[in-house]
Structures are given as structure tokens and as C-alpha cells.
Design a protein around this ligand. Sequence first.
Ligand code: ZN
Length: 153
Amino acid sequence: MSQLDELYREVILDHYRNPRKRGSLKGPHVHAEGNNPSCGDEFALDVAVEDGLIIDAAMQGQGCSISQASGSMMMDAIVGKSIDEARDLTHKFKVMMTIVDGDSPVDPERPGAVLGDLEALQGVRRFPVRIKCADLAWTTLSEALDRATDGDR
Ligand code: ZN
């Protein structure tokens, strides 16, 4: 295992063991749920949106380390961002994971510069069945953001 792989493994385990923003929101929020039957992962989240900005978020769920760590990293990454920025981040993540086509957003010379901790998940690409585990939180987020902006359309 390379040094970078080892570092990435540590980052994933840290998020899995100490998930950020686990729980639920008390104030007004949208809720979305998803699951990944191939692995048994479940993920749900609350997102509070005000004036197009994600002011808070909370996650619930259970499953493998990849699915839950991905959700925890996502929580860290989206709070304080606008809905557009969160959608852009979702797209970049899905490109990195080869879920959607595009030019890789990740700079191999500067690990973590573009996607932060999320880049720790790129090793999962080598295990196609686990890509769905990493993607679960993001697909669920997309649903929540669609719901949050329903009134605007
Ligand atoms: Zn899984």
C-alpha cells in the first residue's frame, strides 16, 4: 500500500468512526432517503436551505464504512455552500468516481486541493461494486436539493 493510500484509508476510517453531523434537524428542512440494496447501505439526510444557501445539514443511516464515510465527508463539504455550489461539488465527485463522464477535477500534484477529504474515496474506483456505496449520499443529496428548490421552478 502506498503512503497516499494509507493516508486515504485513515481519512475514511476517521469519518466512519466519528461521523460529522449525525442526527436530525429541528428547524424547517427537507428530508431525503436512499439505499443501496447491493450492499445493504441506508442513508438519509436533512438539509436546511435559506435564500439558496445550505445553512445546516444532518445525516442518518447505517451501512459499510465507504457509504457512511462518504456521507460524513459530504456533510463537512456542503454546509455553508449555495445550492449551485453543492450541485457543482456533486458533479465533480461523480466525475472523480467515474459515475458520470468528464475531465477529472482532481489534481494529482496537489492531493485534496479540489475536493478535500472526498478525494480519499477515489481508491474505491478500483472496486466497481463499492462505487454505489460512495455515491449513495450524493444521490440522496441531489434528491433533497431538488425538493428544496421545487417551489422555484
Ligand atoms: Zn456499502
